[in-house]
Design a protein around this ligand. Structure first.
Ligand code: ATP
Length: 267
């Protein structure tokens, strides 16, 4: 049946400041999405076409979804995240209508950032879908994307993939996902920035984020979140036992980092 899109619509409050590192990608998104919304007349003056999608690729857990959500937050737009399973469900429930309903829902709530995760899987061979079915889904998706772009109606499409080489070349045509942005595993300064964001608002004492970042080689953003979560849990246990909350220290973060395995090794 038709997927239930209610409850999917978010009004994110996270902003770019809540995303550590990723400076080059933020710049690109500012140029392609944020400034066109804020200064359409400037883009018109230079004859610069607005629209098309942005495709991000890189290892899991390095902030693609987080950044997409923050992009919506930056321009007070609505946000809908769609996984590949949703799209396949839509197809199994006759997705022509449903994929259209999804873009309609985005239009009704414009400006709206529509985020497709694992978009490459649309094009991949799947045992439960014949090749021709995959083709149909792709075509429907691309025609909705082209429609949103052509009408310039405030639906901004961001997509993410871990495997851009599986992506159908039709996605890459001009006006579609003509720009692919690599989202690398965070380097040491980016890791420090991410840790700072993750620890913000928690009781803390002169945290040396650079030192922790150095000991977190090849950690993804999600790994760093696990580090902060573990350190906070340890602190909570102490606080419950003693009845006194103590601030997070560098030592706490280092101890937690020693327990988390880096997940971006092969990248
Ligand atoms: P996936 O491909 O698995 O969806 P992803 O690249 O979309 O991975 P996210 O889901 O955005 O990764 O990241 C997982 C979590 O890690 C986020 O919810 C966030 O808490 C944290 N995180 C990741 N990157 C950052 C970052 N740059 N700044 C702050 N938090 C981050």
């Amino acid at each position: 049946g038709a997927p239930d899109l209610s409850g999917r619509l978010e009004k994110p409050r996270v902003r770019f400041d809540d995303v550590g590192g990723m400076d080059a990608i933020k710049d690109e998104i500012r140029l392609k999405i944020i400034h066109p919304l804020k200064h359409p007349e400037l883009y018109q003056a230079y004859g610069k076409a607005v629209g098309g999608g942005i495709l991000m690729y890189g290892p899991p857990g390095c902030g693609k979804t987080h950044l997409a959500r923050a992009t919506a937050g930056e321009v007070s737009a609505s946000f809908i995240a769609v996984g590949i399973e949703d799209v396949l469900d839509m197809w199994l429930g006759s997705s022509e209508k449903n994929l259209h309903a999804l873009f309609d829902e985005a239009r009704r709530n414009r400006p709206c950032v529509l985020f497709f995760d694992e978009v490459d899987a649309l094009a991949a061979n799947r045992s439960d879908l014949r090749q021709s079915a995959g083709r149909m889904i792709i075509n429907q998706f691309l025609s909705e994307l082209d429609g949103a772009t052509a009408s310039n109606d405030g639906v901004l499409v961001l997509a993410a993939t871990n495997a851009p080489w599986h992506l159908d070349p039709a996605f890459r045509r001009p006006g579609r996902f003509d720009r692919i942005l690599f989202v690398p595993p965070p380097d040491a300064p980016a890791r420090a920035a991410i840790l700072r964001v993750l620890a913000a608002g928690k009781p803390q004492q002169a945290l040396d984020f650079d030192q922790v970042a150095k000991r977190a080689d090849q950690f993804s953003g999600a790994d760093l979140k696990a580090v902060v979560d573990l350190a906070v849990e340890a602190k909570l246990r102490e606080a419950i036992a003693s009845g006194v909350p103590k601030p997070l220290t560098t030592k706490d973060l280092l101890a937690a980092a020693a327990l988390v395995k880096p997940s971006t090794k092969e990248w």
